[in-house]
Design a protein around this ligand. Structure first.
Ligand code: NAP
Length: 486
């Protein structure tokens, strides 16, 4: 990254170990959403830049895939250390690029980006394959990398999700062409700098900046990329699947959610309440795992509502650099408008807006930023648009349920199936509910507790495939059986 002739910060693609200008000379404005102003420009890399990146990755993949596990792991550990050594700078960059509270980036997301590399550096030591012997032959199964993998990641947890995809791909012996979101390109570019600082061989990781339509599409269509890991919206996932399927590419899709948060009367009320505030509004509700549908057992509905609304009314929205604030800005003006329009739809559907429901003006530095008040809506039935489609902002709906069967029925009555949360002291019931909920991840009496060894992913329109732990390494390798005939 460097300043252009007009003194604007230029965020370039990182290809074959160096930062390059887009071949077409096309740049996109990049905003600081908390102040509502352009602060940099990001390359809109055309297909020819993606070609360059794939060619570099292809050249590098021969040597990279032949490194010993220990050598590859050492490279990943050096990247992890490089992230840690620039953690504060990265957290500030993430906050500026996305509008998220600085404390969230600093305390959770940037440390996790380093951990992603450290974790997969360790895990590859445990990778093993099978051998099957018989009187006529000894079969040895190899798990081989693809050569070049493609990753496409969203803006909500920029470096955290970018590295969650790149680290296992590299660990498994692939070289990578990775595209971050054009809305939050900065920390991925800084990771490119870190790769230079720690001496990652050229071409092993290439970062192509640009829009989904131009750069993302070119990456998906590229014949040199045989496997793609995508995280983003369900509609984009469908487009990518349609494009990748006739090219017979391996695909992992981590998509949207409309996650239920089931609250039974016998739960630990105080713990549930504090966690439900976080699972509703952390990162302004822009986390795929947020519990945007709160389902509450009828007998405690009024008690829950009173206590929850009191918390929500007290929540502070404002400058993401101010640690006293609970919520920062949403990622863009277009996203702010989308959220506000979803709230209008909820009102038109008969929903009662019990808290929030509007944009927030923040005086001073952030007076032109894009903020939305935490919003709570009830009086909506399960079939309405508000309870069916993902909003991906600080908006939750609340519905009462009669019993466990009714709660499960409501929980499953959406096209999505990413995650769910169950609050109850009755572990038999928790298990029955967890077994019957259509979701890839269920938390009982907690939220967002992540062990990187566990499988992560969704069902129904929330995605196909599993990331995390050994599942990620399996995704990034293909099996070949070699039979030594006797
Ligand atoms: P998005 O609009 O689908 O974009 C995701 C990524 O895909 C971005 O890098 C985007 O590029 C790129 N893209 C867009 N169109 C493309 C195309 N035709 N071909 C190739 N790439 C394309 O999603 P988002 O708005 O960034 O992220 C929010 C969504 O992600 C929500 O639905 C959320 O639930 C989901 N999400 C899911 C998970 C999970 O693990 N299941 C985790 C986090 C987020 P540009 O942004 O540059 O256009």
């Amino acid at each position: 990254m460097s300043l252009g002739a007009d003194d604007t910060l230029k965020i370039r693609s990182f290809v074959d170990g160096e930062f390059i200008d887009p071949a077409t000379g096309q740049w996109l404005d990049n905003y600081d959403p908390a102040v509502g102003e352009v602060y940099s420009q990001v390359a809109n890399s055309p297909a020819s830049d993606v070609d360059r990146a794939v060619a570099a990755a292809t050249r590098a993949s021969r040597d990279w895939s032949r490194l010993s596990v220990e050598q590859r792991a050492n490279h990943l550990l050096r990247i992890a250390e490089g992230i840690r050594s620039r953690a504060d700078e990265l957290a500030r960059a993430e906050c500026r690029d996305s509008g998220k509270p600085l404390k969230l980036a600093r305390d959770l997301e940037i440390p996790r980006a380093a951990q992603n590399f450290g974790f997969f550096a360790g895990l590859i030591h445990g990778m093993s394959t099978a051998a099957h012997d018989s009187p006529v032959g000894l079969n040895v199964t190899l798990a081989q990398p693809f050569g070049v993998g493609g990753t496409i990641s969203p803006w909500n947890l920029p470096l955290y999700l970018f590295t969650w995809k790149v680290a296992p791909a590299l660990a498994a012996g692939n070289c990578v062409v990775a595209k971050p979101s054009e809305l939050t390109p900065l920390t991925a570019a800084m990771l490119g700098e870190i790769c230079i600082e720690v001496g990652l061989p050229h071409g092993v990781l290439n970062i192509v900046q640009g829009s989904g339509q131009v750069t993302g599409q070119a990456l998906v269509e590229h014949p040199g990329i045989r496997a793609i890991s995508f995280t983003g919206g369900t509609a984009t996932g469908a487009k990518i699947a349609a494009s990748a399927a006739p090219r017979f590419k391996k695909l992992s899709l981590e998509l949207g959610g409309k996650n239920p948060n089931l609250i039974f009367a016998d739960c630990d009320f105080d713990k549930m309440l504090a966690t439900t505030f976080r699972s509703s509004f952390q990162n302004q509700g822009q986390i795929c795992l947020c519990g945007s549908r709160i389902l509450v057992e009828s007998s405690i509905y009024d008690r829950f509502m009173a206590a929850f609304l009191m918390m929500v009314h007290k929540a502070k929205v404002g400058d993401p650099l101010d640690e006293a604030n609970d919520l920062g800005a949403v990622v863009s003006q277009a996203h702010q408008q989308k959220i506000l329009s979803a709230i209008d739809t909820a009102a038109a559907e008969g929903g009662r807006i019990l808290a929030g429901g509007h944009a927030v003006s923040v005086p001073g530095r952030c007076e032109r930023g894009w903020f939305v008040a935490p919003t709570v809506i009830d009086n909506l039935d399960q079939s309405c648009c508000t309870n069916q489609r993902e909003i991906f902002g600080p908006v939750v709906t609340v519905q009462p349920f009669r019993d466990a069967d009714h709660a499960i029925e409501l929980a499953n009555a959406v096209p999505y199936g990413l995650s769910a949360t169950v609050w109850t002291a009755n572990l038999n019931r928790a298990l029955r509910v967890a077994e019957n909920i259509e979701a890839g991840v269920v938390w009982v009496n907690g939220w967002l507790i992540r062990d990187l060894r566990t499988p992560f992913g969704g069902v129904k329109e929330s995605g196909v495939g599993r990331e995390g732990g050994i599942d990620a390494l399996e995704f990034w390798t293909q099996k070949k059986n070699v039979c030594f005939c006797r």
